[in-house]
Design a protein around this ligand. Structure first.
Ligand code: PGA
Length: 222
């Protein structure tokens, strides 16, 4: 049986009060006995809060949504890998929203991957096309790939599961990595993706913001 990864990407959402309410619900409703790793990716200010509140669950982990392309130094507003490693074990990199709105390109994404690798943080590299995988370097393959077609992200219009599985098969063959699917995943369609042979889990945006929906996504994934 696959150990599925279910990632919640909260994007730029949730205040501290809302995060408290979220975790109050999650703590009561979540069953920590499934073959599924849950990864919460809140905004930077709440990483420690989520980490502290979920430490009691053995299959719940924390991820950041971004990391600096630079190491320590005079880079106001940036957060580097050495700072992140105390509060998370995963980090999303190259999300299409960052590629589009913050001009992230192959060079900055590859610097971010290096910054994470040096600090033993596992990248969740978001790609919408197979060519975007060419940031992989030889021997540096401790990366989880999230296949997120642009037309599926935040649109309510998910990809065809067979097409996502074909992408995952190709990426796995080339790089031996785990592959997630992301883009309009909800409690009704999650199993269509996670039941595919080559898909190791899902990256959930909008539908992870409601803890009740997110719990159902976790329970329905198989
Ligand atoms: P969505 O977002 O689930 O809201 O489509 C997915 C993502 O952006 O990672």
């Amino acid at each position: 049986m696959k150990n599925l990864l279910i990632v919640a990407n909260f994007k730029s959402n949730l205040s501290l009060n809302e995060a408290q309410d979220y975790l109050n619900y999650f703590e009561k409703a979540y069953k920590d006995d499934q073959a599924k790793d849950i990864i919460f990716c809140p905004s930077y200010p709440y990483l420690f809060f989520f980490k502290n509140r979920t430490e009691k669950f053995k299959k719940v982990f924390i991820g950041a949504q971004n990391v600096s392309a630079y190491k320590e130094g005079p880079f106001t507003g940036e957060v580097n890998g050495r700072q992140l490693k105390d509060c998370c074990s995963y980090c999303i990199v190259g999300h299409s929203e960052r590629r589009i709105s913050f001009s992230e390109d192959k060079s900055s994404i590859s610097d971010k991957l290096k910054n994470l690798e040096e600090n033993n943080i596992t990248p969740i590299l978001c790609v919408s096309e197979i060519d975007e995988l060419n940031v992989f370097q030889e021997g540096k393959q401790n990366i989880i790939v999230a296949y997120e077609p642009l037309s599926a992200v935040g649109s309510g219009n998910p990809s065809n599961p067979k097409e996502a599985d074909d992408f995952a098969a190709l990426a796995k063959k080339k790089f031996g990595c785990k592959v997630l699917y992301g883009g309009s995943v909800d409690l009704g369609n999650v199993a269509n993706f996670t039941s595919k042979d080559n898909i190791d889990g899902v990256l959930v945006g909008g539908e992870s913001l409601d803890p009740q929906s997110f719990i159902e996504i976790i329970n329905n994934a198989r």
